[in-house]
Design a protein around this ligand. Structure first.
Ligand code: ARG
Ligand code: GLU
Length: 787
């Protein structure tokens, strides 16, 4: 077992160690938690004073009581940690789900009504859209439960409970073990533990490493599989400002959509069935009608995907100077072609909507990230941090083992960079930009299956491939992809070193006299695989014949050779260096926590449930510029360009604006739209609820500001802000714009500030087991409270 006091997530800032801290660090303590509690209590005062705005961190809900509660309350929170996360009673966590794997959603009624972002529901909305029923364009509102639309493959996952299983995972693990032995020891430990862990039949168990494998947590989860689309505004609201406004403040996007969880008659998860009924949650979020003011407490509760806050400067240099620019350059080319085609053709606009949104989102984020890393001097900051690290290591013989860490990193990042760059180009081009390469890759897999298991193996593979192909062809336009192919082959040839070039590509290019358009034409005009009818006819032929036809396709020959280069010339070296970097990072993580006793540590995001807390807060992006924290419908109208691709505004909104008809959702004659917070968030936090001091919903997280997108690597509290849609705007759109009053009726609208019924913190259910049975009492929706 690695002897390391990991309970110290937080190293309080003190110039000389607090006596208790000293005891804790210097003695080999077994009962960390008792001491830690004392320590936290005694240091609360210092935290409060020093860290009023320092709200960096994505914290594990089960440790809030130990580590964060005092600070959260000092920022205005009226709840206890137990109100947020409890295994003994319904708590806030029971209203939060991971949505579709990559987003977050929250329950806002006693009938399983879910709120998430428009861009999180986008794929489902697109799936149900056609030129006749264009829900992307016009929005969708199910009139009754019966009209709610099922979505195959869409799931949501609840967290029943979380447990620290570090001691189990690391039993028998020693510092000097090599990576493989260490991992196999951990795997064995966890395998045994998992099979004996207590859980219900409908629950699953997931165990994840934290702090680069220095700590482990178990998540017991429940996944529902019948999730139906309830409502979505048109894209002119849900995606207002589109790519121009994406990642930017001031923002005016109504980025929300609604779904509903359906369960079997026992309230348990079930595959889709018309007999399923709306799920009854253990808790749902009441919605505040009172809005927010600068300085109000905000809690963002969700499933942040990935951050890397503890990397060495060399990694940041590689990212900002090599990897991000390479990926951006590739996507520049694809997006220019896709965007032109989408603007020219309404059918293409539907077909490419989801693909384009995904590609454009990261493309723009990476650009903001590079700018932000440069602007905040992230590399220099890390270098300073490393200098401090080296100094502290040098004066303490206990840390001698850490002396070589940074020079080793420097060498490894130097070694890996050419491979990482080549990999970035291949991953981008073969993985997400050139569609025919992805398609041809699937056909190349048929050949592999034939090699491995003969004709029957290939027949199996074809059966599995068919549904994927149907989905692919539905949204595929070869004439667009052909142009992308030409542009990206030029990138592969011109940007990659000799060792990473494909001989087949170079030969084919020579055959086309070095002309990329001609090369593309040669590929596409001879390709059976882009023609859905031809492919499905081909599948009726004998296996040998199919194999011959696939092998003959130039595009399949090309993809086979490209993959060959990738797996022989790029990934072996890349993986070798990367494994060493991973190992070193695990040690560096531990070292940072031991050496910087003044620093506050929280685990990097890893798609597990986290809490980020902060306040409603604007910022200064540059000299003499100040951003207010709240936007209004007036801003939507300022941006309005009639008929524009990104900035059109529906007539009904303009009408409501003219009449200032905002019902109970307006504020002093204005309609609030979005607001800013100082919560530390990342991708995956989309759709996360913004929760007020009392546990009510005040907004829906959906983005970060341009200057702060580098927060995944270098959080800077002065300019890192998250963007939320104001809950009142959501309600206004559902009620006044869409007239979906049946949905408003099932919600619980409250006035926590004006003094009318504030919802109590989730009610204690003494001894209640975390079963999925509905619980009654305060968690039932109450009558709509009128102003
Ligand atoms: N930037 C936000 C996120 O990372 C919103 C993306 C959706 N909007 C868009 N214009 N693609 O997901
Ligand atoms: N829009 C992002 C998402 O889909 C959240 C914004 C961010 O990355 O902070 O999760």
């Amino acid at each position: 077992m690695v002897a390391f006091p990991f309970i110290f997530f937080v190293y309080p800032s003190l110039s000389s160690p607090h006596p208790i801290l000293k005891t804790a660090l210097e003695n080999d303590i077994n009962d960390n938690s008792k001491i830690m509690k004392k320590l936290i209590l005694s240091l609360t005062f210092l935290f409060v004073v020093r860290l009023a705005f320092a709200v960096e961190g994505m914290w594990l809900p089960l440790l809030l009581g130990l580590l964060n509660e005092a600070e959260m309350q000092s920022l205005g929170m009226k709840m206890t940690a137990e109100d947020i996360y409890s295994v003994n009673k319904g708590s806030l966590k029971d209203a939060i789900v991971q949505f579709g794997g990559g987003c977050t959603a929250e329950i806002i009624s006693g009938q399983g009504l879910l709120l998430t972002n428009h861009h999180c529901g986008f794929g489902s909305i697109q799936q149900h859209s056609s030129l006749e029923h264009n829900y992307l364009e016009d929005g969708f509102w199910a009139k009754t439960l019966k009209d709610e639309l099922p979505n195959e493959g869409l799931t949501v996952t609840f967290i029943s409970r979380i447990e620290d299983v570090t001691a189990v995972a690391l039993a028998g693990v020693t510092d000097d073990m090599d990576k493989r032995l260490r991992q196999s020891t951990i795997d064995k430990n966890l395998e045994g533990f998992k099979s004996s862990a207590k859980k219900e039949a409908y629950e699953d168990i997931m165990i994840r490493p934290f702090f680069n494998g220095n700590q482990y947590f178990m998540f017991v989860t429940v996944t529902y599989k019948d999730i139906r689309l309830v409502g979505a505004p048109p894209s002119s609201i849900g995606k207002f400002g589109a790519d121009t406004d994406n990642w930017v403040w001031p923002r005016h996007t109504g980025d929300f959509s609604m779904f509903r969880i359906y369960a079997d008659k026992n309230n348990l998860p079930a595959e889709y069935s018309p007999d399923n009924v709306p799920m009854k949650p253990k808790h749902f979020l009441p919605i505040s009608l009172d809005g927010v003011a600068e300085g109000d407490f905000t809690l963002v509760f969700g499933f942040p995907g990935r951050t890397n806050e503890y990397l060495p400067s060399y990694a940041i240099e590689q990212l900002a100077d090599v990897l991000d620019p390479a990926r951006v350059m590739v996507r520049d080319k694809t997006l220019a072609i896709w965007d032109g085609a989408m603007r020219a053709d309404a059918q293409v606009k539907i077909q490419y909507a989801s693909k384009q949104a995904g590609l454009a989102n990261a493309w723009k984020k990476w650009q903001g990230e590079v700018l932000g890393l440069h602007k905040t001097g992230a590399v220099a900051k890390k270098q300073q941090y490393e200098t401090d690290f080296k100094k502290l290591v040098a004066i303490n013989p206990k840390f001698a083992k850490y002396q070589n860490l940074l020079p080793q990193f420097e060498q490894l990042y130097k070694d890996i960079t050419p491979y990482a760059e080549a990999k970035a180009y291949y991953d981008e081009i073969l993985g997400s930009n050139v569609e025919i390469l992805r398609l041809a890759g699937r056909f190349a897999n048929l050949l592999k299956a034939y090699d491995k298991n003969g004709a029957p193996g290939m027949a199996d593979e074809i059966r599995d491939l068919k549904p994927w192909l149907s989905g692919f062809y539905k949204n595929y336009r070869p004439e667009i992809d052909q142009r992308v192919f030409a542009a990206q082959m030029e990138v592969l040839v011109k940007k990659l070193g000799k060792d990473f070039q494909s001989a087949t590509l170079n030969q084919m290019l020579a055959n086309a006299n070095g002309n990329y358009d001609k090369l593309a034409e040669n590929m596409f005009s001879n390709a059976i695989i882009i023609d859905s009818a031809a492919v499905f006819t081909m599948f009726d032929k004998p296996m040998d014949e199919i194999m011959r036809l696939v092998v003959e396709q130039p595009i399949c020959q090309l993809v086979i050779n490209l993959r060959d280069v990738y797996t022989k010339n790029i990934t072996p070296k890349y993986n070798e260096y990367n494994d060493q970097i991973d190992n070193l990072q695990a040690t560096y993580m531990r070292a940072q926590m031991e050496v910087f006793t003044n620093k506050k540590f929280y685990p990097d995001a890893n798609s597990t449930m986290r809490c980020s807390y902060g306040q409603v807060q604007g910022y200064h992006p540059q000299d003499a510029v100040t951003y207010a924290a709240q936007t209004y419908l007036d801003g939507v109208m300022e941006k309005y360009v009639p008929g524009d691709y990104e900035f059109d505004v529906p007539a009904r909104i303009r009408e409501l604006y003219d009449k200032k008809d905002y019902g109970q959702y307006g504020e002093n004659g204005k309609m609030p739209v979005c607001f800013l917070g100082s919560n530390h968030t990342t991708g995956g936090n989309s759709g996360s609820p913004a929760i007020d001091a009392n546990g009510n919903l005040i907004g829906l997280n959906f983005d970060r500001v341009w200057e702060g997108t580098m927060s995944d690597y270098n959080y800077d509290p002065s300019i890192c802000r998250n963007i939320m849609v104001d809950a009142r705007y959501v309600l206004f759109l559902v009620d006044k714009y869409a007239g979906a009053t049946r949905l408003i009726k099932e919600m619980k609208l409250v006035h926590p500030k004006k003094g009318t019924p504030t919802p109590p913190a989730p009610k204690k259910e003494k001894g209640a087991k975390p079963t999925m049975k509905a619980q009654s009492g305060s968690l039932r929706p109450e009558k709509l409270e009128k102003e």
